[in-house]
Design a protein around this ligand. Structure first.
Ligand code: ZN
Length: 235
């Protein structure tokens, strides 16, 4: 019996006892569906289509601050929206499959336009090690892995690291957030990645302070270039 048949059999048995439910509407998922049913995927994830537009909202948040080649976000992040629910499950409810799933959705969009052409590596924004130990994983690493699978690009999960713990950003203004983040990240290896083009990944773009600091760190690598992609974009 082939591995796939065994896998399908096991999945089928599993769903007898634990039916897999859509994270959006709680209907049973079909065998080929993951995380969301087709209806929720198509109608309840409000896509930005930013990858079609060079000077889109995500790109403009970095313009004049840090040089990025391209930037895009997959969907609008709104309070109480489906994307907010999915990211909450990913971060606080141990639903790692959501990270892989969202990374794949972003990857499929970019693949259609060959948006990732010329990019050498995917680099997720690192969590502070204490936070990663507490959660057990870095949710952005999972998003990067899902993307990497679709786009056939390697993921460098430990090239960037946090140099220090940063205070909570939530009560700060944009300028305070940015100054709080200056020098908060560094790269482990600046010699083996000369001239490479990195695709920096995060879950949601808010002020962009974290991504900006990460991009600055990557740009300390000689002749490196950086593009940015996030799953969500918040206003
Ligand atoms: Zn659904």
């Amino acid at each position: 019996m082939s591995g796939n048949i065994m896998k399908d059999f096991a999945l089928g048995l599993g769903s007898l006892f634990y039916p897999r439910l859509c994270e959006g509407c709680s209907k049973s998922l079909l065998a080929e569906e993951e995380v969301l049913c087709l209806n929720c995927n198509v109608f309840n994830l409000p896509r930005t289509a930013y990858h079609h537009i060079a000077e889109n909202e995500t790109y403009m948040r970095f313009a004049g601050r840090v040089p990025v080649v391209r930037a895009t976000s997959f969907a609008y992040f709104t309070a109480d929206g489906l994307l907010q629910h999915l990211l909450h499950g990913l971060k606080y409810d141990d639903k790692k499959e959501i990270g892989i799933y969202l990374g794949k959705q972003l990857g499929y969009d970019l693949q259609q336009l060959n948006w990732h052409k010329g990019i050498d590596y995917i680099v997720p924004v690192p969590l502070h090690p204490a936070k990663e130990a507490q959660r057990g994983y870095n949710q952005t690493q999972l998003i990067a892995e899902g993307m990497g699978e679709v786009l056939q690009l390697p993921v460098l999960g430990s090239l960037l690291y946090r140099t220090r713990h940063t205070d909570s950003q939530t009560q700060k203004t944009r300028e305070e957030r940015i100054s709080n983040m200056v020098g908060a990240f560094a790269v482990k290896d600046t010699t083996n990645y000369t001239g490479k083009h990195f695709l920096l990944i995060d879950d949601v773009l808010t002020t962009g302070a974290t991504l900006e600091a990460c991009a600055q760190a990557l740009l300390t690598i000689p002749h490196a270039t950086v593009s940015i992609a996030t799953v969500g974009v918040a206003n």
